[in-house]
Design a protein around this ligand. Structure first.
Ligand SMILES: [Zn+2]
Ligand SMILES: [Zn+2]
Length: 242
């Protein structure tokens, strides 16, 4: 009851806001009806490997998209919570630019739901690192915030510094899949393999544009002896034309 009183007092001072806009909501960490209606949550059917949603129904749950069939990523499975567009984009950008770091704990609940199977199979959680220069400018790594919040929810250990960027990569904008792959090839490394070797790793990022960054991270983790790598992200950039 005390906790409820406390919550009530806090709501008077700071009424809970929608995660994506300033509208008031009943429950902290939720979306207002307007924003909710603009979100596209990613559900089956999707590519069994990269999680890209299919537009048409498929019978087989393990169907793989053309891109993964041609050039299979190093990770086992990637899953994402929602499509990166409209209001979802606003939410991610607010979170990224530190207005709403309080959202991490709520967003982690969405990750845990969308990636339940992946969380279950993981031995540890590793965030995609920012290059130190970007980290310095932005002061925190949003993927690490998500990883920590998810670790707290799932009771899985988080290894925040497992991966390091060995070089800054030019931004990925305007590059195609092959160019992005080349852009980030060898950009990540594992310095201390002791917490990675023999483990199933769940890699966390905020946005997945193509599979290039996740693939490059997975390669580094596998080189360090990881048994398998899965990827869980908040937002997935939809394939062109969808
Ligand atoms: Zn809203
Ligand atoms: Zn795929």
């Amino acid at each position: 009851m005390l906790r409820r009183l406390g919550r009530g007092a806090l709501d008077v001072l700071l009424p809970p806001q929608c995660l994506a806009c300033e509208a008031g909501v009943d429950e902290p960490g939720s979306l207002c009806a307007d924003c909710f209606s603009q979100f596209t949550f990613i559900t089956r059917p999707y590519c069994h490997v990269c999680g890209l949603p299919f537009e048409t129904a498929v019978i087989d749950d393990e169907v793989v998209c053309g891109a993964c069939m041609k050039d299979r990523p190093a990770f086992e499975r990637a899953r994402s919570v929602f499509a990166y567009r409209d209001t979802a984009r606003t939410l991610v950008l607010k979170f990224k630019h530190a207005d709403r770091t309080d959202a991490a704990v709520h967003l982690a609940k969405w990750l845990a739901r969308a990636g339940a199977e992946l969380c279950h199979d993981a031995d540890c959680i590793v965030p995609v690192p920012l290059h130190w220069r970007r980290l310095w400018m932005r002061t925190y790594n949003q993927s690490a915030l998500l990883a920590h919040a998810l670790g707290g929810l799932t009771n899985k250990p988080v290894v925040p510094l497992a991966l390091v960027r060995t070089r800054a990569t030019p931004t990925q904008g305007g590059l195609d899949r092959a160019q992005r792959r080349r852009n980030v090839a060898g950009a990540f490394a594992v310095k201390d393999t002791s917490e990675i070797a023999g483990r199933s790793v769940l890699l966390i990022d905020d946005v997945m544009t193509t599979t290039a960054t996740a693939d490059s991270c997975a390669r580094a983790l596998l080189r360090a002896g990881a048994r398998a790598v899965d990827v869980l992200v908040l937002a997935r950039v939809p394939a062109p034309g969808t």
